[in-house]
Design a protein around this ligand. Sequence first.
Ligand SMILES: Nc1ncnc2c1ncn2[C@@H]1O[C@H](COP(=O)(O)OP(=O)(O)OP(=O)(O)O)[C@@H](O)[C@H]1O
Ligand SMILES: [Mg+2]
Length: 151
Amino acid sequence: LAELHINNRFDTLEAQRRAKLVASAVGFPSRACSELAIVASELSSNILKYGKCGRMAFVEVKEGEGIGISIRAYDAGPPFRDLGSALLDGCDDRGPIDADDLSRRGGLGAGLGAVIRLTHSFRVEQDRPGKWVIATRYLGRPLPPFPPSRR
Ligand SMILES: Nc1ncnc2c1ncn2[C@@H]1O[C@H](COP(=O)(O)OP(=O)(O)OP(=O)(O)O)[C@@H](O)[C@H]1O
Ligand SMILES: [Mg+2]
């Protein structure tokens, strides 16, 4: 499947559709296909918010790690200032989001948290210009429990 250009809200819906399509072709059960559509939704909305536009690829992977799907999102926007912070719920890439800003900022800062909970591997590859955000999920491998066990 060719790369999908992400320029507007409609493209994010197409990204969800494609994630489901490819995930189901790879053999994921329907629950996982829906979860991978959420991953596509979050990564595509971040393209619009932080990169203005970009593109995505949905690729079957067959590697030492196993069979699965990689959802790749490219945008030419600025790099993550602090990726560790960006992955935390309620934080942007500088730190905790001020509660007073929540209503006007549009977003809880929980999109990438969802992405890492619903996939097995997450990485950012710098490109020039821009970067690729890549999330991969493998078939037949459970996700870590969430919320984490307290014991
Ligand atoms: N493509 C990107 N380029 C640059 N920075 C990004 C990108 N995607 C996310 N970020 C940074 O990481 C932070 C966390 O992203 P995340 O998707 O978790 O939250 P959000 O987009 O702020 O809100 P939500 O996804 O809950 O609507 C963002 O606030 C932003 O600072
Ligand atoms: Mg987001």
